[in-house]
Design a protein around this ligand. Structure first.
Ligand code: AQP
Length: 330
């Protein structure tokens, strides 16, 4: 049986990009693979965050993931910091990864540059630089062969594979070399107000981001206000019509229909937006309801995470032990 691992940073409310790029695939994979889904709170520490807020976001993330359909009977849902395999493995792999390859990570370049401009060099944490090593550790500690992620994680996945191959070359065939599972549609959902940047929890404005738990009225308003263009014809063409194409991409990822066929059914942006808002509200309403219910019983959420922690530890610690052993630790 295939082993699947993926993670999400509790850095804010989960959005449509997270859902279509990753979580939708998580739900599918729990049916056919041994699946480990991790709320990667240690990764969230790489950026400035209030401790109380981080705790709240960690629980909100668990609630959201359960609401979209993760079933603790079918997958293991847990919090990264509760299983020490991750930090152990991260140190071991930081002795395999190189400064040069980490320096080439585009996410580090982008995020460090933004922080640097805002608050100077001191605000760029070492953890932001070593983040991809911790991500490699997350995946490799579980022997995962499949990693369902959005397109933005492609480069980190390549690094994970390189590290696994290099480790195996030096120490024997111990680590599984994983493949990224990137969905054909919805792997990079763009911001509704600025379709040249990806939809993100840390986006400048909430108006360009559809959160999974947004109320129907809010979804409708955000879709209505989405940026289009003055060409007045509906085409799936990201180069010339990025705004409209992003709407078609979302439509296609939700309905599993071809975006070009969807485009051919509309003559104007108004009716496309109206129908898209409807399908989105239809898909997200049940999730929202379910989150409202789960929020009433947070004890149950803590229990699920506690069980997940034990299962994750049992699965990952023998793999970490063999890595330690292979590297000469007694
Ligand atoms: N816009 C997106 N389109 C498709 N997939 C996306 N993912 C994130 N944004 C999009 C995928 O969601 C999973 C969880 O991501 P994450 O929260 O751990 O980290 P991220 O990629 O940094 O997400 P954000 O929203 O952009 O967070 P911030 O603003 O905090 O940096 C991943 O599989 C990711 O590919």
């Amino acid at each position: 049986m295939s082993i699947v691992f993926s993670g999400v940073r509790p850095t804010g409310q989960m959005h449509l990009g997270n859902y279509l790029g990753a979580f939708k695939n998580w739900v599918v994979n729990q049916e056919m693979a041994e699946s480990y889904y991790c709320i990667v709170d240690l990764h969230a520490l790489a950026e400035e965050v209030d401790p109380k807020v981080l705790k709240e976001r960690t629980i909100l993330t668990a609630v959201t993931l359960l609401s979209i359909g993760l079933d603790p009977e079918k997958c293991t849902l847990f919090v990264q910091s509760t299983v020490d395999s991750h930090v152990k493995m991260a140190w071991l792999l930081s002795c395999i990864g190189s400064f040069g390859e980490l320096s080439r990570m585009t996410q580090f370049k982008d995020k460090s540059q933004t922080n640097m401009l805002k608050k100077g060099e001191v605000s760029v944490k070492v953890a932001l630089f070593t983040y991809p090593i911790l991500m490699a550790a997350d995946i490799l500690a579980y022997g995962a062969d499949k990693v369902p992620v959005g397109d933005d994680q492609k480069q980190h996945l390549e690094l994970t594979r390189d590290i696994a191959v290099r480790f195996n070359g030096s120490y024997g065939d111990i680590l599984t070399v994983p493949d990224a599972l990137i969905p054909p549609k919805g792997s990079r959902i763009m911001d509704l107000l600025n379709p040249t940047v990806k939809m993100s929890k840390s986006a400048g404005s909430d108006a360009g981001v559809i959160y999974i738990l947004d109320e129907p009225k809010v979804i409708e308003k955000k879709i209505k206000s989405a940026v289009t263009d003055s060409l007045s014809s509906v085409n799936y063409d990201f180069v010339n019509q990025p705004g409209v194409s992003n709407l078609l991409e979302i439509f296609s990822a939700i309905t599993d229909e071809d975006p070009k066929i969807i485009a051919s059914q509309y003559q104007n942006y108004g009716s496309l937006k109206k129908d898209l808002a409807e399908v989105l509200i239809d898909r997200l309403s049940d999730i929202r309801q379910s989150a409202l219910e789960l929020n009433k019983n947070l004890d149950e959420i803590y229990k699920i995470l506690e069980i997940g922690k034990a299962k994750a530890y049992d699965h990952s610690s023998p793999i970490v032990k063999s890595v330690e052993d292979a590297m000469g630790l007694i």
